[in-house]
Design a protein around this ligand. Sequence first.
Ligand SMILES: NC(=O)c1ccc[n+]([C@@H]2O[C@H](COP(=O)([O-])OP(=O)(O)OC[C@H]3O[C@@H](n4cnc5c(N)ncnc54)[C@H](O)[C@@H]3O)[C@@H](O)[C@H]2O)c1
Length: 363
Amino acid sequence: MSAAPSPTKRIAVIPGDGVGKEVIAEAVRVLKAATAVSGRALELTELDWGADRFLRDGTTLPEGGEQMLRDKFDAVLLGAMGDPRVPSNKHAADILLGLRFKLDLYVNARPVELLDAKLTPLRDRTPRDVNFMVFRENTEGLYVGVGGIFKKGTHDEIALQEDVNTRKGVERIIRHAFEYARHNKLTRVCMSDKSNALNFAHDLWQRVFADIRKEYAEIESRHLYIDALAMEVVRDPSQFQVIVTCNLFGDIISDLGAQLAGGMGMAPSGNIHPGKISIFEPVHGSAPNIAGKNLANPIASVLAAAMMLEHIGWPQEAASLRGAVRASVAAHQTTHDVGGHLGTREAGQWMADWVTKSGITHT
Ligand SMILES: NC(=O)c1ccc[n+]([C@@H]2O[C@H](COP(=O)([O-])OP(=O)(O)OC[C@H]3O[C@@H](n4cnc5c(N)ncnc54)[C@H](O)[C@@H]3O)[C@@H](O)[C@H]2O)c1
């Protein structure tokens, strides 16, 4: 008797703005190649949320959009938001931050993985030295938009931006980092904050960290202030396996990490609520300076799609996408930013062809 076919997975694809449209088209091309080979059904539905729609009819995140995603889809693959024609960035804030908050996507997972020594600006470093995961708290901190401006535009102007940290929020992201380490048989977790200066907000991080680390005695856990962490990540990245930190510091340290692994064109991310609908996207933005020129590197988006496949429980297809990325880097069949000579479309096609030729190993 043959096994029952696995159910169709439904993916919302939001290309967004600028290079988002170009790189997501290539990620979709590689995804389709993988499912064509594996024979599993992936239903992709494109949503036009982004600057064009906003400029056309004023819509940012459509009314009930987040509930529609919950009801109809298993995951979301997103490109980037940001367009010079919308200087306020309103649509991007409503869609990106709106979805992160409304879907309660409290984990921002940003893996930093050097695939080839030639891609790092660090001297004498190899893939073995640069391989860690950054978990950024994704629903609180300085990004909640609580604050205000008083006497705007005058010499007496006051601007306040509140840093919101809840025990629940801090606890769940720190616990997630330890659980990820345990699940993946990793032995080191580093929590980073600025508790020497932010003596209320990050005092909470200190106390929660002290409590939770006791439950993971087999894991070597340490704390570094964020300034020390930035220095150490550059000096010796090999000491890190899992880093967990607040929203703002995670944003910055993961961009630093992206650069150590070849730049923005190589860095994927997931906005995750474990067990619930989650959003996967490249770390980079809409890159207006190269948009529409077939120059953007699609690898970050292909790796984001691989993270998405893992999240929906398709590890073989995920491995296939990762294999295609590794092979393209090894064969120099990449875009210019990482030393190749291909355009966005050609790099995507090369990876899709690799997937088709290599097949998928079912375990
Ligand atoms: N998650 C998101 O959607 C997101 C993230 C960051 C920035 N943004 C938005 O994107 C717009 C541009 O922001 P920015 O210029 O600060 O950041 P960016 O990430 O768009 O670009 C930074 C630099 O990286 C390069 N780059 C980005 N993606 C690349 C790729 N795939 N291949 C090769 N090079 C790539 C760009 O050319 C640029 O030099 C802004 O509107 C910003 O708000 C959106």
